[in-house]
Design a protein around this ligand. Structure first.
Ligand SMILES: Cc1cc2nc3c(=O)[nH]c(=O)nc-3n(C[C@H](O)[C@H](O)[C@H](O)COP(=O)(O)OP(=O)(O)OC[C@H]3O[C@@H](n4cnc5c(N)ncnc54)[C@H](O)[C@@H]3O)c2cc1C
Length: 248
């Protein structure tokens, strides 16, 4: 089947942190755009002649709700061709063409194991989609531990939402690791907070090997490679217990 491309309109843009924006795109198609929580789309942006220069993938950050509105959470990279365009040129009412959904970074139909989600920055996007989907659909699940890393307090994404879930989603746990703060304050936060990278958090909490646990990792190569090596080589988890999505 030929690839189907969708045209969408930018209906909302929100500054989320000093370097991150949330974008909402409304698909201009009668047909319902269906996807699984955790999947991504590939945008064809007007930033080059060759298709490999123009295409960039972004995880869908909202859960499937049949509204044909998709949310994306994107970090600006200094000198990054696509993000310079998305942050400085794309405006409300502008159009974005994309294909998808794609990707196998999704949860199983029947969730039998505890889930540990490890991410840094906008790597949280597929996990937000998955967690909200479980919550919205009332799907059965075991414990879910979201471990989110960023540099400073002002980089914490979707903080309020996850704090609210701590109060209403049974088995949900939320930990934040801040790598560049000299001092980490509890600040009245409802979640666990620590100074440093995400790695010591899961290495301490899951040091006793368990067969009934699955790790999902999402973000940039450096963090994901290190987490895969820690979990499989250093800690001894089986390869089948570790799944990941690489952003680049
Ligand atoms: C499946 C998939 C889903 C993705 N989902 C998201 C998403 O939801 N949100 C999001 O913000 N991005 C996401 N990305 C990354 C996105 O596709 C682009 O790569 C990113 O926006 C940079 O594009 P650019 O053109 O601005 O930078 P480019 O001009 O392509 O240059 C970026 C270069 O810097 C490196 N780099 C980029 N960012 C970082 C970083 N933070 N740390 C270290 N090195 C970096 C890249 O590997 C690349 O070499 C996803 C990527 C994939 C493959």
């Amino acid at each position: 089947m030929p690839t189907k491309w969708y045209d969408s309109k930018v209906i909302r843009i929100k500054d989320e942190t000093p370097t991150t924006k949330r974008f909402w795109l409304k698909i201009e198609d009668e047909e319902i755009f269906d996807f699984k929580a955790g999947q991504f789309v590939t945008m064809d942006l007007p930033i080059g002649d060759k298709r490999r220069d123009r295409w960039r993938s972004y995880s869908i950050a909202n859960p499937p709700d049949r509204t044909n509105v998709l949310e994306f959470c994107i970090v600006h990279l200094d000198g990054g061709t696509a993000t310079e365009y998305l942050f400085n040129e794309l405006e409300l009412g502008g159009t974005v063409r994309f294909k998808g959904p794609d990707g196998g970074f999704v949860l199983p139909e029947n969730i039998k194991n505890d889930l540990v989600f490890v991410c840094t920055g906008t790597g949280v996007a597929p996990f937000r989609s998955m967690i909200l989907d479980l919550q919205n659909q009332g799907k059965p699940h075991q414990n879910i531990h979201l471990i989110f890393g960023t540099r400073r307090h002002d980089g914490i994404l979707y903080q309020q939402e996850f704090e609210q879930l701590l109060e209403k989603m049974p088995g949900f746990r939320y930990s934040v690791a801040l790598s560049r703060e000299d001092k980490v304050e509890k600040n009245g936060y409802l979640f666990d907070i620590s100074k440093g990278y995400v790695h010591p958090v899961y290495m301490a909490d899951y040091k006793n090997l368990r067969p009934d646990i699955e790790f999902y990792l999402c973000g940039w190569t450096q963090m994901v490679d290190e987490a895969v090596a820690n979990l499989i080589v250093k800690m001894g988890y089986d390869r089948t217990q570790v799944k990941y999505e690489l952003y680049g």
